[in-house]
Design a protein around this ligand. Sequence first.
Ligand SMILES: [Zn+2]
Length: 117
Amino acid sequence: MTEETSQKAKPGRTFDSAYGFSFSIAVGLILFIAGLVISLTLGQGTNIGLIFGIPLLVAGLIIPIFMMRDLFKTNEIKEPCPNCGTIIRTSDATLQLKCTNCQKVINVREGQFVLDN
Ligand SMILES: [Zn+2]
């Protein structure tokens, strides 16, 4: 077996969501295959393979879900109101909100507050 070492982290590369997505799939797949191999090879006549293999199989299924749930979590925006300067906290899933201080309607575009004209 040869090991590919070309997948080393490049300097300056951020852990973006596309990379994190494939990473979580890979982790799940490795755990799943490892669990499958262990339960099939060590499990001959004994329960040892199942004791080690099944938790790995389950982890291979659950871990990617947890990692992905984290990836799809909305980012918090903390920006000043473009009209009055009050710091408003919201999530980037919000499209429109009202300033708590000046009651102006503010549109949220790509993490920035834009006044509704
Ligand atoms: Zn305001």
